[in-house]
Design a binder for this molecule. Structure first.
Ligand SMILES: *Cc1c(COP(=O)(O)O)cnc(C)c1O
Length: 357
């Protein structure tokens, strides 16, 4: 029996993607080899790496003349320091917005390389909102933000109004909606939330921003190494890139990012309206900043937590226990979560209310 997977990450992937990936894990096409044992220099794998890249350009509607697309390792966590190591010189300043645990970590790493300043934070309310209206000095090298806060369930609906290039951790909402790329200098996203399996991080780098590299860095940590060698300077994580490529094919087939955004908002509205209606539950994030990807909610009566989780389990729902820093519940409803999965969770909330009120 397959379950509705609401885990925050590693997370749900489209069933057809996993079916196709498993088939090719046995034999890629009629090559006689598994994709797992093939050289990254083979023509078959080269074609996969190529398609992965071109799918990124196509889905975001951006041009290879302006942007470099890279597939790197070390997770989003390595991008915390790699972005600053490359782009924050000792005498340069960068702004950081602290919207939760991941932003805090990114800021900590940057401070080692240059002048990093926290311009705004939502720590005062346990990160339940996205700060707005703070001043952004125009001479900053970049402004670092986290577009979606996986743990606290908040998401930027509009990005900050500034001419300062944004460096953005998009790990948990990449490909969930179309983007105005003119604002971004660098986007990074660990694959395992909304794109593919763990093991690869997608980086999209504006060439103009990239030209303002601040210092020489070790070869593997220099974005230009990977730009020059097309993400194959050393052995790339072929299988995670392959599965991500299949997910992007699936996104294209299902109407691209505009269609995803519509679907994601529908799914999010479905569960948020139940949270607001149901007398037993309440949402934790400020209404206008609620994430379409990670939905955090609590029971007024915490003593009923295990009973609700048991009802979820009985309905084949898994992964809704909240992160310890918020408590309660978190439903991660990434691109691959079907609407009927969200409806099933809503039905469980309704029947839970009828049993307990
Ligand atoms: C999961 C997550 C990370 C960490 O990703 P790793 O690939 O495990 O390093 C960073 N930022 C955000 C927003 C995340 O959701």
């Amino acid at each position: 029996m397959t379950k509705y997977n609401f885990y925050a990450g590693p997370a749900i992937l489209p069933k057809e993607v996993m079916a196709e990936a498993s088939k090719n894990a046995l034999e890629l096409g009629d090559s006689g080899l598994s994709i797992l044992e093939m050289s990254h220099r083979s023509k078959e794998v080269a074609a996969i790496l190529d398609e992965a890249k071109s799918n990124v350009y196509e889905l975001f509607d951006i041009s290879p003349e302006k942007y470099d697309v890279l597939f790197l390792q070390g997770g989003a966590s390595s991008q915390f320091f790699m972005s600053a190591m490359n782009f924050l010189g000792t005498e340069e300043s960068a702004g950081y917005v602290d919207t939760g645990a991941w932003s805090t970590k990114a800021f900590k790493e940057a401070s080692a390389f240059g002048k990093a300043t926290t311009l705004a934070a939502s720590k005062d309310k346990n990160y339940n909102y996205i700060p707005k209206g703070y001043e952004i000095p125009s001479d900053l090298k970049y402004l670092h933000i986290t577009s979606n806060n996986t743990i606290f369930g908040t998401q930027y609906k509009d990005f900050p109004e500034t001419t300062v290039p944004l460096v953005c951790d998009m790990s948990s909402d990449i490909f969930s909606r179309p983007l105005d790329f003119s604002k971004f200098g660098l986007i990074y996203a660990g694959a395992q939330k909304n794109l593919g399996p763990a093991g690869v991080v997608l980086v999209i780098l504006d060439k103009e921003f990239a030209a303002k590299q601040s210092r020489d860095v070790p070869t593997m940590l220099d974005y230009q190494t990977h730009v020059k060698k097309d993400s194959a300077f050393n052995t790339p994580p072929v299988f995670p890139i392959y599965v991500s490529m299949l997910t992007m094919r699936w996104l294209k087939k299902n109407g691209g990012l505009a269609a995803m955004a519509t679907r994601n908002t529908e799914k999010a509205n479905l569960i948020y309206s139940e949270i607001d209606r149901n007398s037993l539950f309440y949402g934790t994030a400020a209404t206008e900043d609620r994430s379409d990807m990670n939905v955090c909610f609590l029971l007024h009566d915490e003593a009923k937590t295990d009973a609700f989780l048991a009802d979820c389990a009985a309905a084949n729902i898994i992964g809704v226990k909240g992160h310890r820093s918020v408590g309660g519940f978190r439903a991660s409803i990434y691109n691959a979560m079907p609407k009927e999965g969200v409806q099933t969770l809503v039905d469980v909330m309704k029947s839970f209310e009828s049993k307990h009120v």
